[in-house]
Design a protein around this ligand. Structure first.
Ligand code: FES
Ligand code: FES
Length: 163
């Protein structure tokens, strides 16, 4: 199959790659760029383990083609921390113990990041709905909800301090 040249900005860095039209974004990230944070769970858009951010939207990378990202801006879990400093969402999941086995965590973090960009002060119901595309088999979600609430507070405090 003939390959197509794509140019994608991932976590602030532009990558030019020749990919087969059938290559899924999650395979491109994991196998070609060694960005293995996005996990492969169901491969049918159900579990959210593969969630990344494409042009400001949460995307299930197991059902998105790499060629669809030509010219796009992609954020993966590897891009959340800045120069070794955890993002507020990561810090909050750590502090609130919003994980157990960790399989869902990269997707949860990237989805929670986008949720808080869209709605900086979500209610508990809005958080539950916002992460409903991301399944967790371990935690019962309670600590994940607490983590997102804590991340929201942290982001609000940092924006107040910066203002
Ligand atoms: S692996 Fe993509 S949604 Fe489950
Ligand atoms: S922490 Fe195990 S699936 Fe969520």
């Amino acid at each position: 199959m003939s390959k197509k040249l794509i140019s994608v900005t991932i976590n602030g860095r532009t990558h030019e790659s020749a990919v087969e039209p059938r290559t899924l974004l999650v395979h491109y990230l994991r196998e070609e760029l060694n960005l293995t944070g996005a996990h492969i769970g169901c491969e049918t858009s159900h579990c959210g383990a593969c969630t990344v951010d494409v042009d400001g939207q949460s995307i299930k990378s197991c059902t998105h083609l790499a060629v669809q990202c030509d010219g796009s801006d992609v954020l993966t879990v590897e891009g959340l921390a800045n120069k070794g400093v955890l993002h507020a969402v990561q810090e909050a999941f750590y502090e609130e113990h919003g994980l157990q086995c960790g399989f869902c965590t990269p997707g949860m973090l990237v989805r929670s990041y986008r949720l808080l960009q869209e709605n900086p002060n979500p209610t508990e119901d809005e958080i539950r709905i916002g992460i409903s595309g991301n399944l967790c088999r371990c935690t019962g979600y309670q600590n994940i909800i607490k983590a997102v609430q804590s991340a929201a507070r942290k982001l609000q405090e940092s924006s107040t301090t910066a203002a």
